[in-house]
Design a protein around this ligand. Structure first.
Ligand code: BT5
Length: 254
């Protein structure tokens, strides 16, 4: 509260000690709560990543939260919300002195390791969004021992980076403040110009050789840019250039 400067993002907070997933809880509440409501938990027992993957969410060590959004827009606009979330997290980290990179579309990377992931889910009807649940998971005070063997080399936390614990409330406030700041122009006027600037400035992909997985197909190419719609522009190995809306992207060789 004391860190929040927003009009409506995070003005209504549902706080849980333990939940299966804040995205699931937020979905249950979505139709009856106002826009900007945040569901947050100390621990998730079934934290979700994309495509059915798990998200490690140990008790008291992270920010595991979901924001309920109700933009009156067609579902085709929803991919942009993930970029807004990533930009807001990256800006908030900057505020506490942490340099981060955005791995389009939904990861935040610090010192080459994943520190935050975003899972955006939506419900729509008649080609309009009913609600969007934007799930954000940030590794704040996890220690090396909290990560599984397979995660320890590819994930990190703020505590690992800085060497001491970080105030989760302060960071949460900063994220929500930045989020609202970037979300309002989008909701009111479809304007994501600021978000695109941040996405490009902090992009870890632009200029790199990447692997793009979309459903069954996997291709390699080079990430050239992020366009004004938030799409990643890719040059494939055969020289053709395409822009992609979403997908699974990994940096080749990593
Ligand atoms: C994501 O999926 O990165 C989206 C994660 C979203 C988590 C938040 S927490 C609040 C809200 N409620 C939920 O239930 N979810 C959201 P994806 O790009 O598919 O990455 C998932 C992969 O990241 C896993 O397969 C692991 O390899 C790795 N991973 C799992 N837990 C991690 C962690 N705590 N930190 C870093 N990497 C992790």
């Amino acid at each position: 509260e004391e860190y929040l400067n927003t009009e409506f993002i995070g003005r209504n907070i549902y706080y849980f000690d333990t939940v299966d997933s804040t995205n699931i809880k937020a979905k249950e509440l979505a139709m009856e709560v106002e826009e900007g409501t945040v569901v947050i938990a100390e621990e998730q027992t079934k934290g979700k990543g994309r495509l059915g993957r798990d998200w490690l969410s140990p008790k008291g060590k992270g920010i595991w939260m979901s924001i309920v959004l109700k933009p009156q827009l067609p579902p085709s606009e929803v991919a942009k919300l993930t970029l807004i979330g990533a930009a807001a997290v990256s800006k908030a980290l900057e505020e506490i002195g942490i340099e981060s990179y955005i791995k389009w579309p939904n990861d935040i990377i610090v010192q080459g390791k994943k520190i935050c992931g975003i899972l955006t889910e939506m419900s729509c009807e008649l080609n309009m969004i009913n609600y969007v649940i934007m799930g954000i998971g940030i590794n704040v005070n996890l220690e090396n021992k909290d990560f599984s063997k397979e995660l320890v080399d590819k994930a990190t936390s703020l505590k690992e980076i800085i060497g001491h614990s970080v105030d989760r409330k302060k960071l949460l406030g900063a994220i929500l403040n930045h989020f609202e700041d970037l979300y309002i122009p989008f909701k009111n006027a479809g304007d994501i110009s600021k978000v695109i600037n941040i996405s490009k400035e902090k992009s870890i992909l632009i200029g790199k050789k990447i692997r793009i997985i979309q459903g069954e197909t996997e291709r390699t190419g080079k990430a050239l840019d992020i366009d004004e719609e938030g799409r990643l522009i890719v040059e494939y190995e055969d020289g053709t250039v395409d822009s992609i809306f979403s997908g699974e992207v990994s940096i080749r060789g990593l």
